[in-house]
Design a protein around this ligand. Structure first.
Ligand code: PLP
Ligand code: 3DJ
Length: 425
């Protein structure tokens, strides 16, 4: 066995890892091998500290917490938006922390989907996250159109990945809007957002991306690529906690813009408390907020985003790629002939932060991993997703995971588990 496949290699990599000190800030990472950070990132001490600070501010200041204390709540969404700017490659006024992935997509569809004449269609893909499809269908029907006439879901050649050329070919002159994921949630394929954006614009089509599976794990250049809008969550690689507030980006050239769904937090902050019945929308992305920010669901994110302020996103991407490459190498060498197939693209530029393994016994293997305190998740069709999170996953975690898989297969341990799905996974 070559040195790179040995556990000593993993130990050496961990010793040389510039992000190693951050793992100590995530105590649960030492209690199990947590590889579900692409679903819900782990609790950190920093997140707890900022949550406690907000609770203390509420206790101490009451209603004055909106304007007093270490983190006044009134413009917290804007300030957190600015912390997010380096992660998505935008200008500060283009980003706001608000809503959730799905709610933000509703807001952006309400704002940017304007079917006119022949251009009535929304182009998306057959592998998109279901919530995005439900939101898109809602807006099509709200416009009095049928899904059959106005939705294009580009087919996948293999049920797991997309061919970007096929997506571009589907950008016909009846398409008004393209909505795509940056990284496919099952296979982990990363789409070429720059090329897709240029192709959409060449054809006079607006384009927006769901960044749920790429934010916090890789750099983006939304402004430079010319993306019209984007939306994402903060509870995966950004570790904001369950249900933490999401975020969105709207390109400068679309600002100022009246939001499709307005509320009093869409207001220009200088006049919001005039309580007038005519909305004066904020001139920046803050206009796409609706009601009172969910401060308790923003609070942990403040502490969590401090870590991202300290670390260049390129350093995170570098470790992420090294971890996933190492994982795939180990799977190829140690689990050959065990029925696994890596469905995530092997090229660095074409994959996101997780590795997806197809196996006929994926559910039972996932359960056997969990029983060994290794936390993956399962997604149809027969996919085990493994997401190393650079702030807290070690190379030794990766080596140990593959070793657990080897033992589970060697001793047929997975046969002890039922193939029934769990309700939430
Ligand atoms: C790609 C993608 N889009 C949308 C969602 C829905 O996010 P939310 O439930 O926060 O609206 C998720 C995750 O749940 C997701 O992974
Ligand atoms: N948002 C989630 C939830 O509320 C419960 C369980 C899982 C989730 C997820 O985020 C799953 C995730 N979007 C996925 O990639 O499958």
């Amino acid at each position: 066995m070559s040195f790179t496949l040995s556990r000593q290699f993993a130990e050496t990599e961990d010793r040389n890892d510039p992000l190693a000190p951050y793992r100590r800030l995530f105590p649960p990472a030492a209690e199990r091998i947590y590889l579900a950070g692409n679903s819900l990132g782990l609790w950190s001490e920093r997140a707890e500290q900022s949550l406690m600070a907000v609770l203390e501010s509420w206790r101490h200041h009451g209603v004055d917490g909106w304007s007093h204390g270490p983190y006044p709540w009134f413009d917290l969404s804007e300030r957190l938006g600015r912390l997010m700017v380096p992660l998505v490659g935008a200008n500060p006024h283009e980003v706001i922390v608000t809503g959730s992935t799905t709610v933000n997509l509703h807001q952006l569809l309400a704002t940017f989907y304007r079917p006119r004449g022949r251009r009535i269609k929304i182009l998306t893909d057959s592998l998109a996250f279901p919530s995005d499809i439900y939101a898109i269908k809602s807006h099509i029907t709200l416009h009095g159109l049928t899904v059959e006439e106005a939705l294009i879901e580009v087919a996948s050649p293999d049920g797991l990945t997309l061919d970007e050329n096929a997506v571009i070919q589907a950008m016909t002159d009846d398409v008004a809007l393209v909505i795509l994921p940056s990284v496919l949630f099952v296979s982990g394929q990363r789409l070429d957002m720059a090329t897709l954006t240029a192709a959409a614009h060449d054809r006079g089509i607006l384009i927006g991306f769901d960044l749920a599976h790429s934010v916090g794990i890789m750099p983006h250049q939304l402004s430079a690529w010319g993306v019209d809008f984007a939306f994402w969550c903060t509870y995966k690689y950004l570790n904001g906690g369950p249900g933490s507030v999401g975020a969105l980006y709207v390109a400068d050239r679309h600002l100022p813009k009246t939001p499709g769904l307005a509320g009093w937090f869409s207001s220009d902050k200088a006049v919001q408390f005039d309580m007038a019945h005519t909305l004066v929308p904020s001139s920046d992305a803050g206009a796409f907020q609706i009601g009172t920010p969910h401060i308790l669901s923003l609070a942990p994110l403040m502490g969590s985003l401090e870590m991202f302020r300290e670390i260049p996103i390129e350093t995170i991407r570098d470790k992420s790629l090294r971890l996933t490459r190492y994982l795939m190498d180990l799977v190829n060498h140690r689990l050959a002939d065990r029925g696994f197939r890596i469905v995530t693209p092997l090229q660095d530029a074409r994959r996101g932060g997780h590795v997806a393994l197809a196996h006929p016994d994926a559910i039972r293997i996932s359960k056997a991993l969990k029983a060994r305190q290794v936390i993956p998740d399962y997604r149809p069709p027969r996919i085990i997703r493994l997401a190393p999170s650079p702030l807290y996953t070690t190379y030794q975690d990766v080596w140990d995971t593959v070793n657990h898989l080897w033992e589970i297969m060697e001793y047929r341990e997975y046969e002890r588990y039922s193939p029934e799905r769990e309700v939430v996974s």
